[in-house]
Design a protein around this ligand. Structure first.
Ligand code: HEC
Length: 273
């Protein structure tokens, strides 16, 4: 590359840079109001045990959250990607394999299996290796039972929404009377945390709805917090492992950085600058 072409390139770059920067800032400015308009209400701030780079799940909370899922949400929301056996895997609710066998067999729905010898499908109690059986055979059936609205699958919901656990908590505890000026669709409920403010899910939680055996308060807020934590685990069952490895990698990089620095000092000590 000649001296001259390098210079021309540098000149072009200095001319382009401000334009590109302005474009980027303009794009950013446009993106912000769009996002703000989508969020009808700022989310409630909740503290979760798994917040921050070292946070871990609270086992008792995950077990309670599972109970809320089974007894309340599972009649409408599927959780296709998870299997019963995940409940006893490391980093999760920490049920024992024996408990998981019982939970799978006691799940409110049986598992569809087959075909049998004569080609028929049949139902049987769940086993740890089964995925959670869905409440509806397909999306059309799910909509037909829910006023046309589709209850989303829970497998990755907490990660598919911005600030998932806070969003789910805010939504579940955020039902209010609709403001007078708002025209509500039939079968919808006012909830300022749902995009658009109208949701087709009736408030699913109320105080004393689920029996807790560990002295935790049996309130809507506590249920909402527990199911939000459970859904975060469901969406990212390996979160604790990811944080642990991330930390180990950071330590490794710091040590390696130090070693490289001293190596460099030693190698270049006798070279004149
Ligand atoms: C009677 C059926 C039913 C039950 C029970 C139910 N839901 Fe829903 N849920 C729905 C429907 C239908 C929608 C979709 C609403 C819409 O699109 O307007 C929904 C939507 C949601 C959303 C919003 C998802 C999004 O797209 O942002 C969340 C979160 C949610 N449900 C959580 C729960 C939790 C947690 C429970 C249990 C405590 C529960 N639901 C129980 C029917 C139900």
């Amino acid at each position: 590359m000649t001296m001259r072409s390098a210079k021309t390139k540098a000149m072009i770059l200095t001319r382009i840079a401000p334009v590109a920067l302005t474009a980027a800032i303009a794009a950013g400015a446009l993106a912000v109001p769009a996002q703000a308009a989508e969020e009808t209400h700022a989310l409630k701030s909740v503290h979760f045990s798994f917040d921050g780079p070292f946070g871990t799940f609270d086992r008792g909370q995950l077990q309670r959250g599972y109970k809320v899922y089974v007894e309340v949400c599972s009649s409408c929301h599927s959780m296709d990607l998870l299997a019963f056996r995940n409940l006893s895997e490391e980093g999760g609710p920490d049920f024992t394999p024996e408990q998981v066998r019982v939970l799978a067999a006691d799940f409110p729905r049986e598992v569809i299996d087959g075909p049998d010898d004569v080609g028929d499908m049949f139902e049987r109690p769940g086993k740890p290796s089964d995925n959670f059986p869905p409440p509806f055979p397909n999306q059309a059936a799910a909509r037909a039972s829910n006023n046309g609205a589709l209850p989303p699958d829970f497998s990755v919901l907490a990660k598919a929404r911005h600030a998932g656990p806070e969003y789910i908590y805010s939504l579940l505890t955020g039902y209010e009377d609709a403001p007078a000026h708002m025209e509500m669709r039939d079968g919808s409920y006012y909830n300022p945390y749902f995009p658009g403010g109208q949701i087709s899910m009736a408030p699913p939680l109320s105080d004393e709805l689920v029996e807790y055996t560990d002295d935790s308060p049996m309130t809507t807020e506590q249920y909402a917090k527990d199911i939000s934590a459970f859904l975060m685990w469901a969406a990212e069952p390996k979160m604790e492992e990811r944080k642990r490895i991330g930390f180990q990698v950071m330590v490794f990089l710091v040590v390696l950085g130090g070693l490289l620095y001293f190596t460099k000092q030693k190698l270049w000590r006798d070279v004149e600058h």
